[in-house]
Design a protein around this ligand. Structure first.
Ligand code: SF4
Ligand code: SF4
Length: 346
């Protein structure tokens, strides 16, 4: 933790992050915000004994990157918070939801703890071997949104994309919560190497950021980037619908992918922007283990996002199944970008 001191002392306590941190906005306390987490992390570097409240507040961060974008000092409270999570685990403060996620992945290879086969969504589609490109479906699409995985690969298969023989969770849920994801990284890296792939295509913002941050030796692109220059080739019809786009934090603020999803959407139908979008887009509340560990906080953050949705739209489109899940659970009419594309292909 002491190696994070140079990052922690960048915080001049200006309070700019107080206005954007979604957990602080809902909970109201300084300790539930980025500035408070920086101070708690400082305490951990000097041997502060963690209280129950400190542990909860370090784990209440959705890893949304709003503090990183807003901070005038160039500090990264999100990265410091992740280090604080690892420190708390090392000190023996692992929480029940973190243990549950570890157990789910250990016993089934997926973050849902689903014991069924991962490839049930594949139906009768042909699988291309050694194409150089593979589709990595991710846990949520493989088990909870199978029709989205099927739609995605139905599009990609026509472009010659293959699959991994034995895909497992990318490790993002473990990594974000401060847990060890090295076995999953090693397993998937081997699979990608054996498939002879130079590029992995994902439909999930969480998988995208995990591959970017923790894997090496190949490129990773999100579906929207892969399709953005192939639209004339694959889109067969325009749809007479009005949609808005929710920027997933781990695709937008974290990696600046704002134009590609909009290019895809505008090729198919009419896009109306939310009141806050791109680098000021609201967080869905699902990331960083918050949905699993603190569902009420997660749902309250989603409610804040919903206030940004224009009234006249038919659907909210997003490019991440976790954002999809939080929005759908709150009663929002939401479409995964892959499903929107498939509607315009069929
Ligand atoms: S915006 Fe940056 S410098 Fe200001 S309080 Fe937050 S983390 Fe500290
Ligand atoms: S990443 Fe998001 S939730 Fe976490 S401290 Fe920063 S603004 Fe708050």
């Amino acid at each position: 933790m002491r190696e994070y001191l140079p990052e922690i002392v960048k915080c001049v306590r200006c309070g700019r992050c107080r206005t954007v941190c979604p957990s602080q906005q809902v909970l109201g306390w300084e300790s539930a915000g980025a500035r408070g987490r920086m101070q708690m992390a400082l305490g951990l570097t000097s041997g502060l004994e963690p209280s129950e409240g400190l542990v909860r507040n370090v784990l209440n961060c959705t890893t949304c990157h709003q503090c990183v974008t807003a901070c005038p000092s160039g500090a990264d409270p999100h990265r410091v918070t992740r280090a604080a999570r690892r420190k708390l685990i090392a000190l023996g403060h692992t929480q029940p939801h973190q243990i549950e996620m570890q157990e789910r992945i250990k016993s089934t290879g997926n973050s849902l703890g689903d014991e069924s086969s991962r490839g049930l969504w594949l139906t009768e589609l042909p699988v291309h071997e050694h194409s150089g490109y593979v589709y990595f479906a991710g846990c949520l699409a493989s088990y909870r949104y199978k029709s989205t995985a099927t739609a995605t690969y139905s599009i990609l298969e026509k472009l010659g994309v293959g699959l991994l023989e034995d895909e497992q969770c990318c490790g993002s849920p473990l990594f974000r919560m401060g847990l060890d994801a090295s076995e999953l990284i090693a397993h998937n890296s081997r699979q990608i190497e054996e498939a002879g792939a130079h590029t992995v295509i994902v439909g999930c913002a969480g998988c995208y950021s995990m591959f970017k941050e923790r894997y090496q030796g190949f490129d990773v692109v999100h579906l929207c980037e892969f399709l953005a220059d192939k639209l004339d080739q694959i889109i067969k019809k325009k749809l007479d619908i009005l949609v808005t786009y929710h920027d997933p934090c781990h695709l937008g603020r974290a990696y600046g992918i704002y134009d590609a999803p909009r290019k895809v959407i505008e090729h198919i139908c009419t896009l109306v922007e939310m009141k806050a979008s791109k680098d000021t887009a609201s967080c869905c509340g699902g990331g960083g283990g918050v949905r699993l560990g603190y569902p009420e906080l997660s749902a309250s953050i989603t409610e804040e996002l919903i206030k940004n949705i224009p009234e006249e739209i038919d659907y909210v489109v997003t490019a991440c199944p976790l954002c999809f899940r939080n929005l759908a659970d709150a009663g929002v009419r939401v479409l995964d970008l892959a499903d929107l594309v498939w509607m315009a292909v069929e």
